[in-house]
Design a protein. Structure first.
Length: 229
């Protein structure tokens, strides 16, 4: 019998609205520029086919975390996002069937080392180190779609030290959740535990040491974290 020479960490698990139920993560996919106003504030057109970048599952941390400020950046940005958890995998999923693959939803924060991203863009290099660093995805509790349905509208906000920094509505998304899932499944096979962060409204901005950041989505609660001062 062979033995495993290197044992990787166990996949991360996160809370749901049922204290007796947790969910595990496999991969994290993120949609770029999925709100028109945010696309414009980043200097891009309102609508283009959805594109994706990734974070490792180990980059995710649960709401309430108190974190060290990330290394290698002087311009760390918050991005409030609706998070979708895949419960049933598949490939080449028709849009009309896409929501059947969703286990549930949560509020999330896609943290970005904006200075590293800007440098990567200028040099036409990948964004990986700007997006996929340690503790770069803050996740609130997951709400089962079987109980809440599939939210297509609802206020989404980010507050920094109690001051409103981002606000929008889920109905402002350029690409719907069903469209995103279908498009992504034509690029890769989706598996249970895959997470999709669906883009952010306008108003992204920096988070400094000692500050508290709270993302909230109507009906889905909060994803909160703070950096040690």
């Amino acid at each position: 019998m062979t033995r495993l020479a290197v044992t990787p960490p166990a996949p991360p698990r996160f809370a749901t609205t049922d204290p007796e139920v947790e969910v595990g993560l496999h991969r994290i996919f993120c949609v770029g520029r999925n709100y028109a106003a945010h696309a414009r504030e980043m200097g891009n057109d309102d609508r283009e086919p959805p594109f994706f970048f990734t974070k490792p599952a180990c980059a995710a941390v649960a709401t309430g975390a108190v974190l060290p400020y990330p290394r290698a950046t002087a311009n760390l940005h918050h991005e409030a996002e609706l998070v979708v958890l895949i419960g049933k995998g598949g490939a080449d999923i028709p849009e009309a069937e896409a929501l059947d693959h969703v286990w549930g939803y949560a509020a999330g924060n896609d943290l970005t080392r904006r200075d590293l991203q800007a440098e990567a863009k200028e040099m036409r290099r990948p964004w990986d180190m700007a997006k996929g660093f340690d503790a770069s995805a803050i996740l609130g509790p997951f709400h089962p779609a079987a109980e809440i349905g599939h939210p297509a509208q609802g206020r989404i906000t980010a507050h920094l030290n109690g001051t409103l920094r981002q606000q929008g509505d889920l109905s402002d998304m350029i690409w719907s959740v069903a469209e995103i899932i279908s498009h992504l499944s034509h690029l890769v096979t989706l598996y249970p535990g895959d997470l999709i962060m669906t883009g952010t409204p306008e108003g992204v901005g920096s988070v400094a040491p000692g500050q508290d950041c709270v993302v909230a989505i109507e009906g889905l609660g909060e994803a909160r974290f703070s950096y040690r001062g």
